[in-house]
Design a protein around this ligand. Structure first.
Ligand code: NAP
Ligand code: F7E
Length: 320
């Protein structure tokens, strides 16, 4: 009998790649979608006929209980969240309700329906914020710098707490930034690669960005979802840092992305204070040696391969 996996956030970047990965592993895949006034399945339309899509919302515990009761999954991947850091300052309470308390709602729903369900929580390197060590690993203390980071710290610790309190098979993946051609347009990598494609095609003449000196450890989303799955295949639940181990600045991102289209970023990038944040995370770089050792995980695509892939995809999309 095929194993059943349930994914919250299936319409998002990671949800789409994880669904592809689980289908390839022979799973029956159920996706939870919140109601919206328009259909929002662009990222999963190519696999839609192989998925079961059910209605549910992290704000509404009864909807989660009903979904679990109806489909009785073996594994739950909680990817849903208000995931845009900048928006978390303008909607801090909504971010807390979804990104923090939503985790407790799902964990309680699991306890009620079937405590044997294995659970994955999408934790984040934003929890490290003002970093207390370089590089960051599973033992680095948290110091979040945004309402989003604070909410993710809650989600992480409630996952650990339900594991310790109730013996749930609950794991937390502390994932560093991961990107792809399916990344939302508001995140800096996609904003830059889409901007490059628009400038190359004469649709824009400049690209307005915020802090060019922030450093991130950027990997490829399709590599990272393999780690999520691997965590739930272990006998023992645990926490893992998933990262490339390399850090690059937003400025370098611009340099590489514009160069991939034969352009010089200095001629097009304009620094605009509107895109600066009230508090910044200056430097992230992860140490995933625990994941290498215990999950056999490593990434296949590096920063340069990732940026070139995203620029090529955005150029192709505009040509279409
Ligand atoms: P994303 O593209 O923004 O997707 C977020 C998903 O959450 C969407 O499917 C969204 O649905 C859904 N969602 C939002 N609020 C919801 C609610 N109240 N109820 C049900 N679903 C809701 O994010 P992503 O990049 O795939 O990231 C996946 C997860 O990993 C998130 O939890 C994020 O915080 C975390 N994370 C991401 C990264 C990264 O670099 N990508 C790194 C570390 C952790 P709609 O389509 O309806 O909006
Ligand atoms: O910003 C700087 C910005 O919005 C990266 C989410 O997936 O990863 C993501 O969060 C950096 C920041 O991602 C612009 O100030 C400069 O330093 O692409 P971002 P993020 O905030 O790191 C973590 C791991 C998550 O968990 C989150 O869910 O880029 N930056 N200029 C800019 N950022 C944006 N968005 N737009 C700019 O114009």
């Amino acid at each position: 009998m095929a194993k059943r996996a349930l994914i919250t956030g299936i319409t998002g970047q990671d949800g789409s790649y994880l669904a592809e990965h689980l289908l390839a592993e022979g799973y029956e895949v159920i996706g939870v979608m919140r109601r919206s006034s328009t259909v929002n399945i662009e990222r999963i339309s190519h696999i839609q006929d192989r998925l079961t899509l059910l209605s549910g919302d992290l704000m509404d515990e009864v909807s989660l209980i009903n979904v679990l009761r109806d489909c009785r999954p073996h594994e739950v991947y909680n990817l849903a969240a208000q995931s845009f850091v900048q928006a978390s300052w303008s909607q801090p309470v909504l971010t807390g309700e979804t990104t923090a308390l939503g985790v407790t709602r799902m964990l309680d729903a699991i306890r009620i329906i079937d405590p044997e369900i294995r659970f994955y929580q999408a934790s984040s390197s934003e929890m490290f914020g003002r970093v207390q060590a370089v590089p960051q690993d599973e033992n680095t203390p948290f110091y979040p710098r945004s309402p989003y980071g604070v909410a993710k710290v809650y989600g992480h610790w409630i996952t650990v707490n339900y594991r310790e309190s109730y013996g749930l098979h609950a794991s937390s993946g502390i994932l560093f930034n991961h990107e792809s051609p399916r990344r939302g347009l508001e995140f800096v990598t996609r904003k830059v690669t889409n901007g490059v494609a628009r400038i190359k095609n004469g649709l824009d003449t400049e690209l307005r960005l915020g802090n060019l000196e922030a450093h991130r450890d950027w990997g490829y989303a399709a590599d990272y979802v393999r780690a999520m799955w691997a965590m739930l295949q272990r006998d023992t639940p645990d926490d893992f840092v998933i990262a490339t181990g390399e850090t690059h600045s937003v400025r370098e991102l611009c340099e590489v992305a514009f160069a991939a289209a034969g352009l010089n970023y200095e001629e097009f990038v304009v620094v605009d204070p509107v895109f600066f944040r009230p508090a910044e995370v200056d430097l992230l770089v992860g140490d995933s040696s625990k994941a290498h050792r215990l999950l056999g995980w490593k990434c296949d695509v590096d920063f340069y391969g990732l940026v070139e892939m995203m620029v090529a995809a955005d150029l192709q999309a505009l040509q279409r």
